[in-house]
Design a protein around this ligand. Structure first.
Ligand code: ATP
Ligand code: MG
Length: 230
């Protein structure tokens, strides 16, 4: 009944501009095999977030196609697309509600046990259990306030629970203390297992764990290699 994506993403001769005559991606082709972790790096304005937005279908190409398992994203049922491709943004957005509700965002029918298992998988359970009402703590209430690193962990738990075939991550630029940084890195590795990932990477440690690093400039890939070759 449910369609299961394998996570093979391809850009085929994509041309894209936000508006008018300014082209951001002049001619873009890229094949990402299922299960590969790709780190995307490059100067500001290179088109990294634009690429991420095309894969998550915030925008459609002006020409060419973005495909998932060979199928044009435009032909996929929106429900299948949302299940298959999940984007985690820099802000690691939390809405007003409990920690449990926030983790279950992509899977509203999840049981508390499933929510806790996801939190445990990414190492978010320890700090959550120390909150005044544990998983029932309102993230916006006094005492429920969470740090930048903790917010990241909650959004990782959310993505882990949603279990998409393709994960897109716009890595946070906010600096974390060393222990949180290590914890995030560890959580990230767990999260990447068994799926395709496209990470807009700001940390060297993230680039190091990728299978492939793409360097972008002016809407083009200028380098495509393994991390140790760069
Ligand atoms: P950064 O490292 O700063 O996040 P980036 O590589 O993610 O940069 P993009 O956000 O993809 O770069 O932007 C690529 C180009 O597209 C830039 O010239 C930017 O000004 C332009 N752009 C981005 N978003 C929009 C938008 N919503 N409308 C119009 N132009 C946009
Ligand atoms: Mg960006």
């Amino acid at each position: 009944d449910l369609w299961e994506s394998r996570g093979h993403v391809e850009f085929r001769d994509v041309v894209f501009g936000y508006s008018g005559d300014r082209t951001i991606l002049p001619h873009f082709s890229l094949d990402i095999p299922a299960g590969q972790t790709v780190a995307l790096v490059g100067t500001t304005g290179a088109g990294k977030s634009t690429l991420a937005k095309l894969v998550s279908r915030f925008y459609d190409p002006s020409r060419g196609q973005v495909t998932l398992d060979g199928v044009d994203l435009r032909s996929l049922h929106p429900k299948d697309l949302r299940r298959a491709i999940v984007m985690v943004t820099q802000e690691a957005y939390l809405f007003s509600g409990t920690v449990a509700d926030n983790i279950a965002l992509g899977k509203p029918d999840a049981t508390l046990d499933e929510i806790k298992a996801a939190a445990r998988a990414v190492g978010a359970d320890a700090f959550i259990e120390r909150l005044p009402d544990g998983y029932g703590t309102d993230v916006n209430k006094r005492g429920g306030r969470v740090s930048a690193g903790q917010r990241q962990l909650i959004s990782f738990a959310r993505a882990f629970l949603a279990d998409p075939a393709v994960l897109i991550l716009d890595e946070a630029t906010a600096s974390l203390d060393i222990p949180s940084e290590r914890q995030i890195q560890h959580a990230l590795q767990t999260l990447l297992g068994g799926r395709t990932a496209i990470i807009i990477a700001h940390r060297l440690s993230t680039v190091a764990i990728a299978d492939r690093v793409l360097v972008m400039e002016h809407g083009e890939i200028i380098e495509d290699d393994t991390p140790d070759a760069l």
